[in-house]
Design a protein around this ligand. Structure first.
Ligand code: SAM
Length: 245
């Protein structure tokens, strides 16, 4: 998968060299290209922002550097008849979820445009719609200073679903949000720690009982912490014992 990221703080994205995503880059599974938006300016001060039309606080990102930058992510795309997906982090976007991560992990080419200040001139998104599938995307209902942190989170969530990036694919199956529920609590050695034993069933060796215990814990935890997820569950995914829980 190719991933282009444009930002005025490319150093922010250095974390994409670390851990599993960094290894996936080395292994050629992810082709991540981070570019400085200021490289696409043509004035001495490398200006990327200007005052907002209509007045108001803050600055707005100028359209032309964005068009120049995004144009470089299209190299070869038109000939191949491809439309890369352009993700524009924004608190005014659709909320990024695990479902979105699954959808985007199936794409060949993602482009991320990190906004700063009051955001990007809206006409960039209109223009980009001629060449990209444009998706303004929010990390959640709060405001960050820029899109970089959102891109780090999204690239990690998407990248780890690309086949081969996480060594054991089974570890992706039993995670929070993979089945609409939060994950069950996990424990490791020692079995007694500061007078706290682990739940006995985990030592029983009885796989059916352990699976039932974990499923009950998922349901309990999700009801307590995220009743909104329980309300959204498809009832046909629940078995008899689930309903009793
Ligand atoms: N004026 C914008 C608004 O109210 O919608 C907020 C601009 S914010 C200070 C600057 C940049 O941070 C945005 O352009 C976006 O790239 C990023 N950002 C802020 N909050 C975000 C969120 N919840 N999700 C994704 N990106 C966010």
């Amino acid at each position: 998968m190719r991933i282009d990221v444009f930002s005025i703080f490319p150093e922010y994205l250095a974390a994409l060299d670390l851990s599993l995503i960094g290894k996936a880059r080395q292994d050629g599974l992810l082709d991540v290209r981070v570019r400085d938006l200021r490289d696409f300016t043509d004035d001495r001060h490398r200006t990327v922002d200007d005052t907002p039309y209509g007045g108001g606080a803050g600055m707005v990102m100028k359209p032309e550097p964005w068009a120049q930058a995004l144009g470089t992510a299209l190299d070869g795309a038109a000939e191949e008849g491809a439309r890369p997906t352009l993700i524009v982090p924004s608190p005014a976007g659709e909320v990024f979820t695990q479902q979105t991560a699954y959808e985007l992990a199936a794409e060949d080419h993602l482009v991320f445009a990190c906004g700063r200040y009051e955001g990007i001139d809206e006409r960039v998104l209109e223009w980009a719609g001629e060449h990209f599938d444009v998706r303004p995307m929010s990390l959640g209902d709060y405001v960050l200073n820029g899109g970089e942190v959102a891109v780090l989170a999204m690239v990690e969530a998407i990248g780890r679903l690309v086949p081969g990036v996480v060594g054991n694919p089974e570890s992706l199956v039993e995670e929070s949000h993979s089945d609409g529920l939060l994950e069950y609590p996990v424990y490791t050695k020692p079995s007694q720690w500061r007078e706290r034993p682990i739940p006995e069933v985990l030592l029983s060796g009885n796989h059916a009982k352990i699976a039932r215990f974990r499923r009950d814990e998922q349901l309990r935890r999700t009801s307590e912490r995220r009743p909104d997820l329980i309300a959204r569950l498809d009832p046909s995914t629940l078995d008899k014992a689930d309903k009793a829980t």
